[in-house]
Design a protein around this ligand. Structure first.
Ligand code: FAD
Length: 716
């Protein structure tokens, strides 16, 4: 038989999570086998004369079965035939007995023997016994056949649910991987997401709470698209329990975040390399930032021009943003025209992942454009509860969808992209983590990897707020009539105040002389945020979000129980390092200095917080412990490093150390937190990991210049 030419994959997972057969006449054999070996695809659809199932291999050429031997028709499967042969022997005996009894009965009839004769009675009894035996054996055979067919249907459903790659989590990293790995039409991918789709009836307008940039705080108020995590009570923060929103929807946290596009400093990546993530220095990361991006200002040595991730600049020209930038220069800081380019240090206009007035999450950038590919299957509302192992080799995952527990198998790799909380949680639930902790919860240990869940790092920030003397802040936009006007304009044209997240200016400075690159970040907002936006502002006000970038406090997370639905215990250990409180004090003092500049004269009302009564270091420290909150950047809980490093979880190839066919690709694998927001770095990680998985050589751009301050002897 001539070799069949591989052709496009005839099955796809539809969005309800069921396998759909796209080739109407594919035979049942191919349906099963195609999933594992696309080169054995059936071509019956193109060959109308060939009956369906004709590509089923012929039954093995063995000696013809002996007369009377039982045979399971059409099975063609070795183990089934073997089991049936034993039953065949039993059947032989009874069939031969039946023949004998029949012959005797016939001879009596022919010879006219009366029915009431003792001989006849005896034959009645023998007949009844024989029938009982025959029935019992037929029942046993039927039972056996049922078992076999159940096993076969399980086998075929395993095959039907088998892919080259199974990716857990359609977030910032997962969407990138799903897109890049399915660029190869021979590579089949299943992307499993716990949350719902990010569109309603295919419309972004109908899900304006996700796609309207100005609506970003809506999803922080409830659990609809949000894991809604909380930390343990923080002893250095007045025992406060901190709220950690995290995206649980297509796009993950990139569908919930504030859309600020910041890459971090070149030295962050050089530090990664020194920490053991060899091959992840700036020269090797910059090309992947560029590969991902299309910047609206065009490409250059730092910006990308062809990637799926559209990045733009704010368009409001709000006078308070201008006042902020003028004030920073009056305070002696440089203006930088691209804090993601040559010079991070200084203040300037922020890049945003907003495109044509809409949030440009990774679902918009990477997932939606790939949905039509037949080799990509995507689910929603599907919680992965366990990684399946054969020994230490990962072979698939178990998940719950619509209350049913199902399995999906990966012939090549399982890739965890569940984020900095869920990826270590899923590893531990599956037996990878600190063996002592796992045993206490009764979880069988697959691999003792004590670094899982450790090294937890985050950014904290505090708001320094002023009343504004002019009615120009976003306060008026929150009045119902204005909200309706802004909403309608956005729904109609994707323009206006709804089309921006309003964090349009910001910057990076050094906290003190001697610090080699900026360690404090600012975002300016012409509005006031209270309790993560869960409480509405009641006044005209403006604020900066300010915080240190490279905190010395490191925490951990552990399982609370073996139940995948239980949130883990999250212990960030905020402010446990004395240096952190000192840096925060600097943040407050340096911000006050900026707000005191001439540029704010015509807008400056009384300071709302910390407030004029907060002046001494002690008072500032108390304010910080009472008011700082997470900047939503948990990371580093599955640290990338050398296998010789006992705290590393993945190696520089992103493979989980100590097991096979398992990777983690998301914000959790950062060896240490970068100096900036985390969405762009996470997308870069996934872009680079995709090339590693495909076996492509790493991109590299050597000696790209990076700004260094003229002197480190001064702070600015
Ligand atoms: C409110 C908020 C504001 C932020 N603002 C900014 C900002 O302005 N700029 C910036 O750069 N960064 C920002 N960040 C941070 C940034 O968005 C995240 O660091 C980044 O998106 C993390 O990407 P990830 O791929 O690691 O995880 P995520 O994007 O969180 O993706 C993980 C995905 O996996 C899914 N998942 C998890 N477990 C399972 C499971 N067991 N089964 C199935 N699916 C699962 C989740 O539902 C989620 O969709 C913000 C974050 C938040 C929450």
């Amino acid at each position: 038989m001539p070799a069949r030419t591989p052709r496009s994959y005839p099955f796809q997972y539809n969005l309800r999570g069921r396998v759909r057969r796209t080739s109407p006449r594919s035979c049942s054999y191919c349906f099963e086998s195609a999933l594992n070996s696309p080169d054995r695809l059936c071509t019956t659809a193109e060959e109308p004369d060939v009956p369906a199932d004709s590509c089923r291999p012929p039954p093995p050429q063995t000696a013809p079965p002996a007369r009377g031997r039982g045979r399971v028709t059409g099975s063609g499967f070795g183990p089934a035939r073997l089991r049936c042969r034993n039953y065949g022997k039993t059947l032989d005996f009874f069939l031969n007995s039946a023949r004998a009894v029949l012959l005797v009965k016939m001879s009596y009839l022919i010879n006219g023997v009366k029915h009431c004769s003792p001989m006849n009675q005896m034959h009645k009894v023998t007949g009844a016994l024989f029938k009982a035996c025959l029935l019992r054996n037929t029942w046993r055979i039927k039972e056996q056949q049922l078992k076999i067919s159940r096993a076969l249907s399980q086998l075929s459903s395993e095959k039907a649910n088998s892919y080259n790659y199974v990716i857990v989590g359609a977030g910032s990293a997962g969407c990138v991987l799903a897109n890049r790995l399915t660029e190869d039409p021979h590579s089949t991918v299943l992307l499993l997401e716990a949350g719902p789709k990010d569109t309603l009836l295919g419309s972004k307008r109908l899900l304006w709470k996700i796609h309207m940039p100005a609506a970003l705080t809506y999803n922080l108020c409830d659990e609809k698209y949000n894991w809604y995590y909380h930390t343990t009570s923080q002893k250095h923060m007045d025992n406060r329990i901190m709220y950690w929103p995290r995206g649980r929807v297509w796009g993950g946290s990139s569908s919930l975040n504030a859309m600020v596009y910041i890459r971090g400093h070149a030295e962050d990546y050089n530090r990664w390399s020194r920490e053991g993530a060899i091959g992840w220095d700036y020269d090797h990361c910059l090309p992947y930032f560029k590969k991902a991006q299309t910047h609206e200002l065009g490409s250059d040595q730092y910006r990308g021009g062809k990637g799926p991730l559209y990045v733009s600049r704010g368009k409001t020209n709000h006078p308070l943003h201008q006042a902020f930038l003028d004030a920073t220069q009056q305070a002696g800081y440089p203006f930088t025209d691209d804090m993601n380019g040559y010079q991070q240090e200084g203040f300037g206009w922020m890049d945003m992942t907003i495109h044509q007035g809409k949030r440009w999450s990774t679902a918009s950038a990477y997932l939606h454009p790939a949905l039509s590919r037949p080799n990509l299957s995507v689910t929603e509302k599907t919680l992965v509860t366990k990684i399946l192992f054969q020994g230490t080799k990962s072979i698939g995952v178990e998940y719950v969808k619509n209350g049913q527990t199902e399995k999906a198998f990966a012939s090549k790799e399982v890739i965890l992209s569940g984020g900095a909380i869920n990826s270590p949680q899923l590893l531990m639930l599956s037996g990878i983590g600190n063996a002592d902790d796992l045993k206490k919860l009764g979880i069988p240990v697959v691999c003792h990897l004590p670094g899982v869940g450790q090294n937890l790092q985050d950014h904290l920030e505090v708001y320094v707020q002023h009343k504004c003397t002019k009615p120009i802040t976003l306060y008026s936009a929150q009045k119902p009539v204005n909200m309706a006007r802004i909403g309608l304009e956005w729904l109609w044209k994707f323009t206006g105040e709804g089309a921006t997240a309003h964090l349009e200016s910001g910057g990076f400075i050094r906290s003190q002389p001697g610090v080699p690159h900026p360690d404090i970040q600012f975002h300016f907002l012409p509005s006031q945020v209270i309790d993560h936006g869960r409480v509405a502002s009641t006044m005209e006000a403006y604020q900066v979000h300010v915080g240190p970038m490279r905190s010395a406090s490191v925490g951990w997370l552990k399982l609370k129980s073996a139940d995948p639905k239980d949130h883990p215990i999250i212990e960030p250990n905020y402010m446990s390092a004395e240096r952190d409180i000192w840096e925060f004090r600097q943040c407050v003092k340096l911000t006050r200095e900026i707000f005191a500049q001439k540029a704010f004269e015509k807008f400056r009302g009384p300071e709302i917080q910390p407030g004029n009564n907060v002046q001494s270091d002690k008072e500032i420290d108390a304010f910080i412990r009472q008011k700082t909150d997470s900047a939503y950047h948990p990371s580093c809980t599955c640290k990338m490093g050398q296998p010789s490093d006992g705290t590393a979880v993945v190696d520089p190839q992103t493979k989980v150390i100590g097991v096979e066919n398992l990777r983690v690709v998301d914000a959790s694998i950062m060896p240490s937190i970068v100096s900036g927001n985390l969405n762009a770095p996470t997308i870069m990680i996934a872009e680079k990991a995709a090339d590693i998985i495909k076996g492509l050589p790493s991109l590299q751009e050597k000696n790209v210049p990076v700004y260094k301050p003229k002197t480190l002897e001064t702070q600015r």
